[in-house]
Design a protein around this ligand. Structure first.
Ligand code: BGC
Length: 781
């Protein structure tokens, strides 16, 4: 049969569209303007009005059935057996669903399960729910943090910090769509993501779960994540309900340690920590999870102003609020804000908690029944919570189709989805140093690969991977390349010597605590000897895996054994390319000036090894940009939007601050030149918009992608103004020699800040717009 070329083209384009292949993504991504993306995805899709069905059901429910809906238990409360032998225990299930009418179950028992095992478990849970008096389905929730990471074989993506570095919200949205589909394919309709806390303190062990330090970037990426998870019809079998977390201020504890107190005044809370949640609520998020810590002495779970006044009255959130793990109990045991658990339950529910992640006993339901009977919690408050929970269940289509759908398996973890993950990993990688154009390396080089992250899928993924801590090497797919294996595949094993040098292993902590990573030397002298015989050393350093509190550290400096290895390798005089596989910026000032190249990989996941080799050997031109400020010293923690005087040598005799790498840094193998920064007006007033044009040209000889960052500085303000703020960005693809003029619109809102009265204000005065080192001034009247 003869087919014309044109017909072939049409067929392949159609196929790409149907399969949502990477080609379609690339085409879409030729030019992405953050504001355009944001506006298109911000509005919540219209959902069917379910109020009549909800009210009818509510009228028929007993008090016990209502508090059952507000109760969330962990899977361990209904299963027995471990690992892949996890099975529903009929006696336990009967107690949870039959007796207590529990509305929600979460988590894995200890590790990720296959789709089939999930189908079995979820199917049995929903069967039990169907047999209850009113047959209300259970909403199962899981942490699909970077893909459906608790479903074996699922497509995993770079952790959020790497997704932020792509500055590509379309890619984030696509990754979230795949995550949603693969979660739903396992029969699970609810994900505890995205994390919308700001990564403004790299000491915080959940730093890599964030989109970095900037509120605007977090807001655009957060909206992309929510829209990808929930789509335009959350009842479809392609989507899941999202859960924004951890609302709010969780990421900024004074000590840098997880779940410790934060002091954040309301104007800064609103300026920095609220916008990502605000936008994600407007985009339609169905649920929200609460800050496990406390702000200004008030634990997140009893903060009425945050949970009700701001969330409900201001943001108009109409989904439901779920507590974090055991956090009502912690009001007694950790925060000591209530003397008894019953009182803690009352305080949390009255502050605005709709569902309690109890999750290991039935105390919440028992206390709630007692509180309601005493009138300490009014029925109206219980009805309100249950109404919200039922609404999400209706919206998800759980009443029509509660159980898993076996037919979805066919589209689970497709090669196309894997390709999207690879694209995301490639786009996240951030080249921070390239002295003497050491990179890309020649494919005929002889290479020593060394360092504790060189041969580790665990490091490439970090926490929330197959197990909570991400630490079970045996669960990782055998057919995905580590950095070492990817380099061997790229240039031939004969050209590669691998010596680990040092290793990171998990060791048990003090009694009962989760094991944590320990570093030790293995064979540094062997690595030194091997370096003599190669052209270049790829030194892969960084971190193992960690998650939440077990990830607390006492020093951001890279571990001593790794620094010793680095020194030994540098002493050989061979050129060194440092590849950092890590979830937070570990201090590298001791070696950074002497290595030739620095490639920051973050936690790029299972395709990360391949992506790193692609960048090292020039098959991919890097385009990631740093979504946070990389500190030079452990005490040098400062964000890019600091106050101007903070980085000047003169002020109070302070030391000039120079980060190791700045927010927005990221090199390419080509070069870009910025020119013709133009504003359409010198003065704007009222609600007039400012149009900003800038021309970006690819002045090198390779095709490249550039994230163009638009900063605005308010020169004088009643709350001392930050240095600059990111207000827009765009990612653009440019052929060698090609130039493109980009247009951005700045609105009055973009010039406002939260004033002393905790309300937004745009004050008249002068502002600077800065893009690619060019600056123009304008006046707001
Ligand atoms: C974490 C949450 C998570 C929950 C359920 C908590 O410890 O803080 O982020 O969603 O556990 O796994």
């Amino acid at each position: 049969m003869r087919i014309s070329l044109r017909a072939l083209w049409v067929v392949s384009l159609t196929l790409c569209f149907v399969l949502q292949a990477p080609m379609a993504i690339r085409a879409q991504n030729d030019f992405i303007e953050s504001d355009d993306f944001y506006q298109r995805n911000l509005r919540r899709p219209a959902l069917r009005d379910q109020s009549q069905r909800i009210e009818e059901l509510l009228k028929r429910m007993t008090l016990e059935e209502k508090v059952g809906q507000m109760t969330q238990l962990t899977i361990e409360m209904i299963v027995s057996g471990r690992d892949q032998n996890t099975k529903v225990d009929p006696v336990k299930l009967e107690k949870a669903i039959g007796k207590y009418g529990v509305g929600s179950i979460l988590n894995v028992a200890d590790q990720a399960l296959t789709v089939d095992r999930w189908h079995e478990i979820i199917g049995q849970i929903q069967e039990a729910a169907k047999k209850t008096r009113l047959g209300i389905p259970v909403i199962y929730g899981i942490d699909s943090i970077h893909g459906a990471n608790y479903v074996l074989g699922a497509t995993l993506f770079p952790q959020e910090i790497g997704m932020a570095a792509t500055f590509n919200p379309e890619l984030m949205k696509r990754a979230a769509e795949i995550t949603a589909f693969e979660t739903r394919a396992a029969g699970i309709p609810w994900s505890f993501s995205p994390v919308l806390d700001l990564g403004r303190d790299p000491r915080w062990p959940r730093f890599w779960e964030t989109f970095g330090e900037d509120p605007y970037l977090a807001k655009v990426m957060g909206v992309a994540f929510v829209r990808g998870l929930e789509g335009s019809d959350v009842s479809s079998d392609r989507y899941v309900a999202s859960s924004l977390k951890h609302y709010m201020g969780y990421s900024f504890p004074l000590t840098g340690r997880d779940r410790t107190p934060a002091w954040i005044p309301e104007n800064y809370l609103r300026e920095y920590f609220l916008p990502s949640f605000d936008s994600a609520v407007k985009a339609g998020a169905r649920t929200i999870m609460i800050n496990s810590g406390e702000i200004n002495g008030v634990p997140g779970h009893v903060n009425h102003q945050i949970l009700t006044t701001i969330l409900r009255d201001e943001l108009k959130f109409d989904g439901f609020v779920v507590s974090d793990w055991e956090d009502i109990k912690k009001l007694v045991t950790t925060w000591r804000i209530a003397a008894t658990e019953k009182e803690a339950t009352r305080m949390a529910v009255m502050a605005g908690i709709d569902m309690s992640m109890v999750p290991l006993d039935y105390s919440f339901a028992d206390h709630m029944v007692a509180l309601a009977k005493e009138g300490a919690v009014p029925m109206s408050r219980i009805d309100e919570a249950v109404r919200r929970i039922l609404r999400v269940k209706f919206e998800l289509g759980l009443f029509e189709k509660p159980g898993p759908d076996a037919s979805l398996k066919a589209r689970f973890a497709t090669p196309q989805s894997r390709q999207v993950s690879l694209e995301a990993a490639r786009e996240s990688l951030t080249l921070l140093k390239n002295a003497d154009n050491i990179l890309p390396l020649s494919k005929t080089s002889k290479v020593l690969v060394t360092g504790p992250t060189a041969d580790s899928l665990v490091s490439l993924n970090n926490g929330w991977t197959y197990v909570w801590q991400g630490s079970e090497e045996s669960l990782y797919p055998k057919d995905r390349d580590t950095v070492r294996r990817a380099i061997e595949a790229k240039i031939g094993a004969a050209n590669v010597t691998y010596i680990p040098g040092t290793k990171i292993t998990r060791k048990p902590g003090p009694s009962n605590s989760t094991p944590t990573d320990q570093e030790e030397e293995v064979d540094i002298p062997a690595a030194m000897r091997a370096a003599q015989n190669v052209d270049v050393v790829v030194l892969a350093l960084g971190e193992g895996s960690y998650c939440e509190t077990p990830g607390n550290i006492t020093d951001l400096t890279l571990g001593a054994p790794q620094l010793k290895l680095a020194e030994a390798i540098l002493a050989t005089g061979k050129p060194v390319v440092l590849v950092l596989v890590q979830g937070r910026p570990r201090i590298i000032n001791q070696i950074a000036d002497r290595v030739k190249g620095v490639l920051l990989a973050y936690n790029p996941s299972n395709e990360g090894g391949t992506a790193i080799a692609d960048v090292l050997f020039g098959d991919t031109n890097p385009s990631g940009k740093l979504p946070f400020t990389y500190p030079r010293t452990p005490n040098g923690l400062i964000n890019y939007d600091h106050k101007p005087f903070e980085t000047e040598n003169t002020a109070f005799g302070n030391m000039a601050f120079k980060p190791q790498f700045a927010f927005g840094d990221g090199l390419s193998y080509t070069t870009f030149a910025y020119s013709d920064l133009r504003l359409n007006k010198q003065t704007i007033s009222g609600n007039e918009e400012l149009t900003v044009n800038v021309t970006v040209k690819n002045t090198g000889n390779r095709v490249g992608r550039e994230a163009v960052l638009v900063y605005v500085s308010d020169l004088v303000a009643t709350i001392s103004p930050p240095n600059k703020r990111l207000r827009r960005f765009a990612k653009v693809n440019l052929q060698p020699g090609q130039s493109r003029t980009l247009t951005f619109t700045i609105r009055r809102d973009d010039l406002s800040f939260i004033g002393a009265d905790n309300k937004p204000i745009a004050e008249p005065g002068e502002f600077d717009v800065t893009i690619g080192g060019l600056t123009q001034r304008f006046t707001l009247k």
